[in-house]
Every structure is written in structure tokens, then in C-alpha cells.
Write a protein that binds this ligand. Structure first.
Ligand SMILES: NC(=O)c1ccc[n+]([C@@H]2O[C@H](COP(=O)([O-])OP(=O)(O)OC[C@H]3O[C@@H](n4cnc5c(N)ncnc54)[C@H](OP(=O)(O)O)[C@@H]3O)[C@@H](O)[C@H]2O)c1
Length: 285
């Protein structure tokens, strides 16, 4: 009988990390920020060296998309060079690395309107997206037994305190206001971390290494997503569609970043549920 895998989850107190710990159960080795500092190779060495995982899933990231425009070096320190240290440790130790990335590695093609596949050329339009793409390159070039999984618009029960997530923000603002302006000219697929954690747990137990896209199914604009949140949560707030330019966020986001997910579906035996189904379950819980 083979030993069960020992799967270290870095970023274990975040949205995705927390759900992964739940789904992985006894196989999980949770590592929060206090246990492991991604920007410090000695911290990686110590934290992973004593726990001797067979697999590492990296959910830790510098995620402040707008702030990254002011301090790109901070984003690169974590998302690019921290990831590089981790990939080096995993390669040296012959450990499988599953690294989580983002749809923000796309966006440069203004005419795009069909889902991005794993073989499409990247082109980020923000410092955050560029830092995550650099992290992908390090994993793919350093660690032979890797999965790089791009996902999109995450929301989960363990949203960071103070920062929240899009769904929590819409529910809070929907209770406080009568009208809300929401961006209507960017399309993607908001994804539940509970559903993503289920998919990653299946994928990481395979040896089908490589690059994957993993989101809930279907796609919508942020305006459509917010309207569905207000409908399901029974909030009488009026959603007003605006353009991203009118909204005026500091960082540019892709106009279209719907990801094609059939490669993952072929490996784990099906696509993730639709974004409407995932949202309804999230709001019910
Ligand atoms: N959120 C989204 O909409 C979204 C969309 C696409 C892709 N992604 C990617 O999905 C992954 C998971 O995202 P998430 O939303 O679950 O993130 P999250 O909730 O913000 O959790 C990230 C965790 O990483 C930890 N962390 C940050 N910097 C670290 C460092 N230098 N060393 C060690 N730990 C560190 C954070 O701890 P502290 O809070 O203590 O700093 C936090 O617990 C990330 O790779 C992200 O880039 C996210």
C-alpha cells in the first residue's frame, strides 16, 4: 500500500487556501503567512524542510491589483521571485508544485471575444498581471513536476478581513445604498473557491503536469454578476452599468478574460458548475 500524499498548502488562511484545507482533509499541511514567508528562501527551506511534503500547492500571492501599479516591485517580490524560490525548493526536493495563477496574464488583445486557451499568447495589462506571469515562467522553467492553474474572480467564505471579495462587497453595499455603478464592459467567469478547491484536489493527485485554466462555467460582465447577486440575495438596490473607463480603477483589467477549461475537464472528469449555481450555493451558506 502506498503512503497517502502530504500536501502543503501555502497561503492556507486565504480564500482558496482555507477551502483547500477543508477538501484535502487529513492529507493537508496548512501553512499560513506566519509559518512561511514566500519572499524568504530560508523560511521556505525551514517550513517545508521539517514537514517533508510530497506536494505543495501555492495559494499565496500579492493580490492588491490597483496598489501594484504604485509598487510593482512589491508584487514582483512575492508573485515572481517568491514563486521562483518555491519552484527551486520543489525542484531540488523532487516535490510536485501546483501554483495558482490568474486570467490577468491576458488582456493585451482588445478584439478578443472567444475564450482563452492554454496555448494562446499571454499579454498582461497590469503590474499585478505581469508579476503573476513572471511567476508562471519561473515555475514552468524550474520545476519539472508542476501544475500552473490560471483562475479568475475568486470569492470564498474566508475572504481576507478588510479586503473582502466582490460578492461580499456587493452584498454590503447593496444593503447600504439604493444605486450602485458596476462595470459592464469587462467579461470573465467569477469562480467559487469551494468549487476550485474540489477541482485542484483532483488535479494534484494526477501526474498530468502542465498548464491549466480552471473557472466555474459560463461567463458574465461584472454588471451581470452584481445583478445576479442582488437578485439572489433579494436586495432592492438598482445596478447602473458603467464602462471601466468611467469607473476609473487605477490598474487596467482585461476587457475579456474568459478562460477555456476543457483541458482540465478532460483530466478531472468534467467542468466546474456554472457561475450562477456556485453563486447561489455561496449565498445560501
Ligand atoms: N482573488 C482573486 O480574485 C483571484 C483571481 C485570480 C487568481 N487569483 C490567484 O489565486 C490565488 C489565491 O487567491 P486568494 O483570493 O485565495 O488570495 P487571498 O485570500 O488574498 O490569500 C492569499 C494568502 O497569501 C498570504 N500571503 C500573502 N503574501 C505572502 C507571502 N509573502 N508569504 C506567505 N504568504 C503570503 C496571505 O496572508 P496575509 O493576509 O497574512 O498577507 C493570504 O492568507 C492567488 O495566487 C491569486 O493570485 C486570485
Amino acid at each position: 500500500m502506498t503512503d497517502p500524499p502530504r500536501i502543503a498548502v501555502i497561503g492556507a488562511r486565504g480564500q482558496l487556501g482555507s477551502d483547500l484545507i477543508t477538501v484535502l482533509g487529513e492529507d493537508a499541511i496548512p501553512l499560513g503567512h506566519a509559518d512561511l514567508e514566500l519572499t524568504d528562501p530560508a523560511s521556505i527551506d525551514t517550513a517545508l524542510g521539517v514537514r517533508r511534503p510530497t506536494h505543495v500547492i501555492n495559494c499565496a500571492a500579492y493580490n492588491l491589483v490597483d496598489k501594484a501599479e504604485e509598487e510593482p516591485e512589491a508584487a514582483f517580490r512575492v508573485n515572481a521571485f517568491g514563486t521562483r524560490y518555491l519552484a527551486q525548493w520543489c525542484a531540488r526536493s523532487n516535490v510536485v508544485l501546483l501554483h495558482v495563477s490568474t486570467d490577468y496574464v491576458f488582456g493585451l488583445d482588445p478584439d478578443r471575444c472567444i475564450p482563452w486557451s492554454e496555448s494562446d499568447a499571454t499579454g498582461p495589462v497590469s503590474a499585478y498581471g505581469a508579476s503573476k506571469l513572471a511567476g508562471e515562467h519561473f515555475v514552468r522553467s524550474i520545476c519539472p513536476r508542476h501544475f500552473v492553474v490560471r483562475t479568475c474572480g475568486l470569492y470564498g467564505q474566508h475572504a481576507p478581513r478588510g479586503k473582502g471579495n466582490f460578492v461580499e462587497t456587493m452584498v454590503r453595499l447593496g444593503r447600504e445604498r439604493t444605486e450602485l455603478k458596476i462595470v459592464a464592459d469587462q467579461r470573465c467567469t467569477p469562480t467559487s473557491t469551494a468549487d476550485l478547491a474540489n477541482a485542484l484536489t483532483k488535479l494534484v493527485r494526477t501526474d498530468a503536469f502542465g498548464l491549466y485554466h480552471a473557472t466555474n462555467s459560463g461567463d458574465c460582465s461584472w454588471f451581470e454578476f452584481a445583478s445576479e447577486i442582488f437578485r439572489v440575495a433579494n436586495l432592492p438596490v438598482k445596478a447602473i452599468p458603467v464602462t471601466a473607463a468611467e469607473y476609473g480603477a487605477k490598474a487596467r483589467r482585461p476587457d475579456y478574460s474568459v478562460l477555456e477549461t476543457s483541458r482540465l475537464a478532460n483530466v478531472i472528469g468534467g467542468r466546474l458548475p456554472t457561475w450562477q449555481d456556485a453563486l447561489a450555493r455561496y449565498l445560501q451558506s
